[in-house]
Design a protein. Structure first.
Ligand SMILES: Nc1ncnc2c1ncn2[C@@H]1O[C@H](COP(=O)(O)OP(=O)(O)O)[C@@H](O)[C@H]1O
Ligand SMILES: C=C(OP(=O)(O)O)C(=O)O
Ligand SMILES: [K+]
Ligand SMILES: [Mg+2]
Length: 527
């Protein structure tokens, strides 16, 4: 019987809930993006994060300079080599973020019911009555009665370091606000959020362009997280910019939807972007609390059907200071997985939290439990129906591979790919088993040198639910014959066996091209 119930096995036995989970080679099919910062930049901690399951490292240029992030990234490279765990690199832009400018970095104590002026004059000293900001258009964007929220970067919402204010008067370029709660703004970086207004600043700022063309090019970033993407044009513009920067034409763009403006243009943004980040931190302030879940479900579903990864943020804020998540947070992580998300992005928890490694492993365990009861059957049927008929050959092949793998209870799917497209399409149908995407390098030339492609494609699958990349030896370059295909398949199977995902007598579904024909084959392993 097929039901629309979220859980696959219906009903599950209560006693089965208590059974300990079997350890598996892959911590979870859902991926974890960790933001690296002060509490997660040593080789030792980063190695711990990788072993716990982090597969994408986010470098947030809202703070820290290129030198600081470069040191962290070099430690990441050492940790990758030491642990033999792959990790992709994501550059997160500053974007049109309004910041408080407190040059002295002295703590500022704001009193409930007092008045404070927000001014674009950055030469002024910050005080309890005057707060300079980096944006001169605020007075034109707000009106009396609007809510303004100032919080420490990545504020958790339950700190006494965030302040809620109401606009009481606009005076020239200054905005006079009434403080609604007492708070002390200590530390260097504070961001300002005004619900529901358009901030007239470019999505890709000059500072962002500078960072991408230097730090980004130097480190061949796999992903650009485009903060505050508000229109499809923002993504197109970023893509045009990347296309002029050598290798970065291969960088994928993840549009971060952080406000109502981005939400209103969601469909057109999804069409242009390679993936979506549901930035619930900012969007959660812009939306009434009772509407956030609705956005989450709809946005993830649209991403799933488009075959584009959905990344959910701000899941276990309380783990920034605690070893255990709250019950609400633990349930929220599981629900994000049941909703269909590809990856969970950790911010404050890994960046400045006390328990970065434990947070990653806790979130991974919750994801793994939720994946086991994800109603793949219901989702699969919806995905097939949505594509309609006639299907493209690749959609037919990808969906058939997933269906065959489930029917024969295969332990993995092995997918040959060069562009990564075939593997992504398989992931779209949400197989319940891991997909080993065997990326076959292609030889390309820029008329000066010959190089192999494949590294970007392999790392970019590290954010997709269920995909685990393996980069084939360049000697097996894409113009492959059936003999080389067979030898690559043997390497992939050996890799699967060595890592424990496949064992003797297991069934494996393979998706590859043989001559001109795309085939899905089922193989049963011998001893
Ligand atoms: N080098 C290869 N050897 C064998 N089969 C391949 C190879 N590259 C891709 N395939 C298969 O070809 C089909 C098209 O895959 P796709 O990833 O779209 O190809 P490409 O990487 O060339 O864009 C899929 O069935 C895929 O498994
Ligand atoms: C992840 C978010 O943003 P930031 O880049 O500021 O951490 C968010 O708003 O959810
Ligand atoms: K940012
Ligand atoms: Mg944000």
């Amino acid at each position: 019987m097929v039901s629309n119930y979220l859980l696959l096995e219906e009903p599950i036995r209560m006693a089965s809930i208590l059974e300990p989970s079997k350890p598996s080679f892959f911590p979870a099919m859902t991926k974890i993006v960790g933001t690296l910062g002060p509490n997660s930049r040593s080789v030792e901690i980063i190695s711990g994060c990788l072993k716990a399951g982090m597969s994408v490292a986010r470098f947030d240029f809202s703070w820290g300079d290129a030198k600081y992030h470069q040191e962290t990234l070099e430690n990441l490279s050492v940790a990758i080599r030491a642990t033999k765990k792959l990790c992709a690199v994501m550059l997160d832009t500053l974007g049109p973020e309004v910041l408080l400018v407190n040059k002295s970095e002295q703590p500022i104590s704001l009193e409930e019911d007092s008045l404070v002026i927000l001014t674009p004059d950055q030469d002024k000293q910050a005080s309890a009555n005057l707060l300079p900001i980096n944006f001169s258009g605020l007075s034109k964007a707000v009106k009396k009665g609007d809510d303004i929220f100032i919080g420490q970067y990545l504020f958790t919402g339950n700190e006494t370091t965030s302040v809620w204010m109401e606009v009481s008067e606009v005076k020239g370029e200054d905005v006079v606000c009434l403080v609604k709660n007492s708070a002390t703004l200590a530390g260097p970086l504070y961001t300002l959020h005004v619900a529901g207004i358009h901030i007239d600043l470019p999505t890709l700022t000059d500072k962002d362009k500078g960072v991408i063309s230097t730090w980004g090019v130097r480190n061949k970033i796999d992903f650009l997280s485009l903060s505050y993407a508000r229109r499809a044009e923002d993504v197109r513009h970023a893509r045009e910019f990347l296309s002029g920067l050598g290798d970065l034409h291969q960088t994928q763009i993840y549009a971060k939807i952080e406000n109502v403006e981005g939400l209103m243009n969601f469909d057109e943004i999804l069409q242009e972007a390679d993936g979506i980040i549901l930035a619930r931190g900012n969007l959660g302030i812009d939306l009434p609390p009772e509407k956030v879940f609705l956005y989450q479900k709809e946005a993830i579903y649209k991403c799933n059907l488009a075959g584009k990864p959905a990344v959910v943020t701000r899941v276990v804020d309380s783990m920034t200071d605690n070893l255990r998540p709250t019950r609400a947070e633990a349930t929220d992580v599981a629900n994000a997985v049941l909703d269909g998300s590809d990856a969970i992005l950790l911010g404050a928890e890994t960046l400045r939290g006390l328990y970065p490694v434990e947070t990653i492993s806790t979130v991974g365990k919750i994801c793994a439990e939720a994946e086991k009861v994800y109603n793949q059957d219901v989702y699969f049927k919806k995905a097939v129906k949505h594509v309609g008929e006639p299907m493209t050959h690749m959609e037919a092949i990808a969906s058939s591979a997933v269906r065959a793998a489930i029917k024969v209870k295969a332990s993995i799917i092995i997918c040959f790919t060069s562009s990564g497209r075939a593997a992504r399409l398989i992931a779209k149908y949400r197989p319940t088993m891991p997909v080993l995407s065997v990326v076959i390098p292609r030889l390309k030339t820029n008329q000066l040198t010959w190089t192999f492609t494949g590294a970007f494609e392999a790392r970019q699958s590290l954010i997709v639910r269920g995909l685990f990349p393996m980069l084939a030896d360049p000697r097996h370059a894409a113009e492959s014959t059936s003999a080389t295909n067979e030898s690559v398949l043997k390497v992939a199977l050996d890799h699967g066996k060595a890592s424990g995902v496949i064992k003797s007598h297991d069934r494996v579904v393979v998706c590859q091209k043989v001559g001109d024909a795309s085939v899905v084959k089922i193989i049963e392993l011998e001893d």
